[in-house]
Design a protein around this ligand. Structure first.
Ligand SMILES: Nc1ncnc2c1ncn2[C@@H]1O[C@H](COP(=O)(O)OP(=O)(O)OP(=O)(O)O)[C@@H](O)[C@H]1O
Length: 255
């Protein structure tokens, strides 16, 4: 579980995060949504320990980050997996090499232990015959699977994903969303996902945090987002005609 209390972050005169308080439960897919520039990436980077908040704190399974020693902070970072926007695979390494990379960097496992672990996670993301291919030789959806395999190879307690669906067709996007949700539940990970994708909100938004101009405008579940009367949320979520119609149908069904 991650608890965030009164988080503030500024860059010079620009006050970006303005007192965000929220929590993300483990075993759940937690989504951060909001318009471009609302502070989602800055918030995710604070959760990753890449930015130091100016005020407030972040607590990981009961441990306040600021109170940890440098060694404890290093250990905590190794419990975090990250799926970057655009996958960020190493072009010069094979699929297997990409997934093995964190094990080689951060563990003292033998070659055969690492190989077993790499095989297991590649199998888990349904990539069984791409071990020796290079990123340029596989599809965007397969690259995302490799990125997810690499993010979970160290058995993380926390998984952060920045726009995991960007650049994917809607069907592949749903498969990737479902895979992230299954893995989150299976391994009881606290997963936080930055997204613009309204399909993701509806499909896997077990908890949704809506940021507006750096503050928490609304939070709730994908079921609750249908019912909310918060104008900022409805303006944002139902900016497409399709979703306006879906909401209307839902309201009519309820009445
Ligand atoms: N390192 C930085 N230094 C200065 N300003 C920054 C830095 N990182 C982000 N910002 C500013 O913080 C604001 C919020 O940016 P952020 O990237 O968090 O938005 P976002 O909600 O993720 O947007 P998008 O959906 O477009 O990715 C922007 O005005 C951005 O210019």
């Amino acid at each position: 579980m991650i608890e965030v209390d009164n988080l503030h972050k500024s860059f010079g005169e620009s006050h970006i995060l303005k007192g965000v308080t929220t929590s993300f439960e483990k075993g759940k897919t937690n989504l951060i949504i909001g318009q471009s520039g609302s502070g989602k990436t800055v918030f995710l980077k604070c959760l990753l320990g890449l930015f130091t908040p100016d005020e407030g704190y972040i607590c990981y399974n009961g441990n306040i980050y600021n109170d940890l020693s440098p060694d404890q902070k290093r250990n905590l970072r190794q419990e975090m997996g990250m799926v970057f926007q655009g996958s960020a695979l190493f072009d010069s390494l094979t699929v297997e090499g990409n997934v093995m990379f964190p094990l080689e960097m951060f563990t003292k496992q033998s070659k055969s232990e690492m190989q077993d672990r790499v095989n297991a996670v590649l199998k888990r993301v349904n990539l069984i015959d791409a071990h020796h291919k290079y990123p340029s030789e596989i599809s965007g959806g397969m690259q995302k699977r490799v990125a997810i395999a690499r993010a979970i190879v160290m058995n993380p307690k926390y998984l952060f994903c920045d726009e995991p669906n960007s650049g994917l067709d809607p069907k592949t996007a749903i498969l990737i969303d479902n895979l992230i949700q299954e893995i989150t539940q299976e391994y009881d990970i606290t997963t936080v996902i930055n997204t613009h994708d309204m399909n993701s909100v509806m499909e896997i938004g077990q908890k949704i945090l809506f940021l507006k101009n750096g503050h928490k405008e609304w939070e709730g579940t994908n079921k609750e987002i249908f019912k909310t009367d918060n104008e900022a949320v409805t303006d944002f979520v139902y900016s497409s005609e399709l979703f306006k119609k879906v909401r209307q149908m839902y309201i009519e069904e309820r009445n």
